[in-house]
Design a protein around this ligand. Structure first.
Ligand code: PAZ
Length: 315
């Protein structure tokens, strides 16, 4: 399945396409509660400064309404989690819209099962971090606590393409009140194709019916409506992932113009942790990881660049 911020190829998406996508989607669970949390978060933050939406991880496309099988989009969530950390350090409030089960801010260097691997029972009433993980665990706990007590990190999970886009719409319209202080950093890998809910099998598809022949519809291009209607004044950054370097910059450049983005971050699958190219109307900027430091992330210079550009945009 192709992945490209819901961009796919570059045909126009009409408001009718968008409306019919949302009308036919299964209702978002807890939508009222998500809206309430967002409003509380944004109202508080709007007095203090800048708010960024970081999207992270891949969306699934269910094949059955009572879903047993689905198509997935590649993304570990490492980019989004690392970026959220650097935005928090730069003083932003962060709405972190993430795929359930993917990397989380401040916990990227912990093993998958931190409780069992990082801690040991030292006496009947004591559990302590094992020496190997002590520093990482301390940092993870204190950074998470700082974000929680400052109220600067709001985490919202998604799994399916329907949940992702419904959340994106809710968050964008809540953030539109922030005007140009709002930053959209759309690093999630979003399905380009999906099975519309009303034409989806209800129950598990049976192999006894023979080979599976399935037609996928195109996901409407939400970036254009986000830019035009949902958050017209915000600073918008989308991502472009390709595996063929020859087409990467051209596709990123097309997305920049077509969706009127402020930046498109272009990355190639195998080198994405080392280097990205930030495509802007003023030219391309290559951003690389500091290779003299083993634990340096490419997100560190990337977020610094974005924070500077967003400040310039605000002033
Ligand atoms: O999540 P991760 O760190 O494994 O990978 C990040 C990424 C490649 C998914 C992201 O940088 C990206 O390019 N997202 C947009 C993908 C796309 O839809 O083109």
């Amino acid at each position: 399945m192709a992945a490209s911020n819901g961009l796919g190829s570059f045909e126009e998406t009409s408001n009718d396409d968008i409306k019919s996508f949302f009308d036919s989607s299964p209702p978002l669970k807890d939508a009222a509660e998500i809206k309430r949390k967002l409003e509380e978060f944004i109202q508080k933050k709007s007095f203090l400064g800048k708010v960024v939406l970081v999207t992270s991880g891949g969306t699934t496309v269910p094949l059955e309404q009572r879903c047993v099988r689905y198509i997935d989009n590649f993304s570990s969530g490492s980019r989004g989690a690392a970026s959220a950390e650097y935005f928090l350090k730069a003083g932003y409030a962060v709405v972190f819209l993430y795929r359930e089960g993917t990397y989380q801010p401040f916990c990227r260097s912990l093993p998958n099962n931190p409780l069992l691997e990082c801690f040991e029972v030292t006496s009947e009433s004591n559990i302590t971090a094992r020496p190997l993980y002590e520093k990482t665990v301390k940092e993870a706990i204190s950074n998470t606590h700082v974000a929680a007590s400052n109220g600067t990190l709001l985490k919202l999970p998604f799994t399916t393409i329907f949940e992702y886009l419904q959340n994106l719409q809710l968050i964008s319209s809540s953030m539109s009140s922030l005007g140009s202080s709002a930053l959209f950093y759309l690093a999630a890998a979003v399905s380009d194709f999906y099975v519309p809910w009303e034409s989806m099998a209800v129950h598990k598809i049976q192999s006894s019916s023979g080979p599976l022949d399935m037609r996928l519809a195109q996901v409407p291009k939400m970036l254009s409506v986000l830019r035009k209607d949902w958050a017209p004044k915000a600073f918008c950054i989308s991502f472009k992932l390709e595996t063929d370097m020859k087409i990467l910059l051209e596709k990123a450049g097309t997305a920049l113009k077509k969706y009127n983005m402020d930046m498109v971050v272009a990355n190639e699958l195998l080198t994405r942790k080392e280097e990205v190219v930030v495509v802007t109307k003023g030219g391309n900027i290559v951003v690389q990881r500091d290779t003299t430091r083993a634990d340096a992330d490419v997100e560190e210079p990337l977020i610094k660049l974005i924070v500077d550009k967003h400040s310039a945009y605000l002033s």
